[in-house]
Design a binder for this molecule. Structure first.
Ligand code: GLV
Ligand code: MN
Ligand code: MN
Length: 423
């Protein structure tokens, strides 16, 4: 059943428009996991599932699932999923494009009364974006069985415990110590996402078939100095935590630049979150906490970076009057996508006459966690100027519709493969 790219544009556009209205009004487009806006977004998604006549459930980790059951006697499952949570003042398309395109595939199936040889589910993976608990990809980590008790027991700055939030949204955090049982039925997990970079736009290519996703490591760095009066304590008597923190910030930036040039591989490090205490103009900063976000395709570069960073921290502890500590927050390994799915994605794009290329992701995704336990693959569509995680993020709905056509072609290719395998 042919998927018409043009006639599906309005279906996609309306839903992107709906979701962008569900935001913190003063910081568009913000729908932080577990916030009121997030709950509102989920209730919108439930309505979407209902209008597509899907069975609705929330799994043990709080993923919101809309299931289209096959009429055949078959328990196998293909998932198309992404996320509706956002970063603060984040994008209108990051994650959202993937969930809306999944709804669009289901709508196409329903309209044409197609029966697939497997169950097909839309997943809104819980909390893909980095949150105040210092982790990301809660839903996909939980599905893959790689979320641990230490992370689940963390409190955020408001004192809320992560596992209690998971339970409130309908999960059952006691069962998250191993991969969820559904894993054994999963045939494939597919995701459409905006590229969040400029490769496709610059090369005027319609579809990126993702080959790999870099490792992501996050560390908390704390600097303890001594707060005091900004007028009376002389410059040579201070333990200014922010001054020491600023040395670490430039050290991280410069070392990452050097290493990325030396290794000629994807290697980036960012300190994008910093809290200064007590954060008052007339007080010398006494305490700073910040987060390092590190992405690498090479384990060697990452180890080299951590080695020199730890040396720098020891040096600061010896020579400054502050005390610096570094602690692991979260880790996701470098992963490669399933080779058969890469091949099928390319075949699907080619059969639709859409230009495509194999490429590596710079960002992290739920698909990275899922690929640790099941066949998983993803495609990118272009986004304007490569901008993402900012309010300017923009993707053409016609490009999302092209990606959706590839997803549908992919589902059909998987169905053909399944039927052949069952004969
Ligand atoms: C996900 O958005 C990431 O931080 O890469
Ligand atoms: Mn995303
Ligand atoms: Mn994101």
């Amino acid at each position: 059943m042919e998927f018409d790219i043009n006639s599906n544009i309005s279906f996609i556009q309306e839903r992107i428009n709906d979701l962008e209205k569900i935001t913190e009004k003063e910081n568009p487009y913000t729908r932080l996991v577990f916030s009121k806006e997030f709950y509102d977004g989920r209730s919108w998604l439930r309505d979407q599932y209902t209008s597509l006549d899907l069975s609705i459930s929330t799994d043990e980790v709080g993923n919101l699932i809309g299931l289209l059951k096959t009429n055949k006697k078959n328990k196998q499952l293909v998932i198309i999923g992404s996320h509706i949570d956002t970063v603060p003042s984040g994008g209108r398309y990051d994650g959202i494009a993937g969930v809306v395109s999944a709804l669009c595939v289901i709508n196409h199936i329903k309209k044409n009364d197609i029966d697939l040889p497997f169950n097909l589910a839309v997943y809104d993976y819980l909390g893909e974006e980095l949150n105040d608990w210092g982790t990301s990809c809660i839903g996909s980590r939980g599905l893959a069985g790689v979320i641990n008790e230490e992370i689940l027991s963390r409190k955020n700055t408001a004192g809320l415990v992560l596992k209690e939030e998971i339970d409130k949204i309908g999960g059952n955090s006691k069962l998250l110590n191993k991969p969820l049982p559904v894993i054994k039925n999963i045939l494939a997990c597919l995701e459409l996402h905006i590229e969040q970079g400029k490769v496709l736009e610059d090369r005027k290519i319609e579809i990126g078939v993702v080959r790999s996703i870099p490792s992501i490591s996050r560390f908390s760095v704390t600097v303890k100095g001594q707060a005091g009066h900004s007028g009376t304590i002389l410059m040579n008597q201070r333990s200014d935590a922010l001054v020491t923190a600023s040395e670490i910030i430039s050290f991280v930036n410069k070392s990452a630049l050097k290493l990325s040039q030396k290794s000629n591989q994807h290697f980036v490090a960012t300190i994008g979150k910093i809290n200064v205490h007590p954060n008052s103009a007339a007080i010398i900063p006494g305490f700073v906490e910040m987060t390092i976000d590190l992405r690498a395709t090479s384990q060697n570069s990452k180890e080299e970076f951590l080695n020199i960073l730890n040396k720098k921290i020891s040096l600061l502890n010896d020579t400054s009057s502050c005390n610096v500590k570094i602690k692991d927050l979260a880790f996701a390994p470098y992963v490669e996508m399933d080779k058969d799915l890469i091949y099928l994605f390319q075949k699907s794009a080619n059969s639709l006459g859409l230009s495509n290329t194999i490429m590596d992701s710079g960002a992290g995704h739920d698909t990275a966690q899922l690929s640790r336990v099941v066949p998983a693959g993803m495609i990118f569509i272009p986004c304007k100027d490569g901008l993402s995680h900012c309010p300017e993020e923009y993707a053409k709905v016609s490009d999302i519709s092209k990606g959706t056509a590839v997803l549908w072609e992919m589902v059909q290719n998987l169905a053909r493969k399944k039927i052949e395998a069952d004969i």
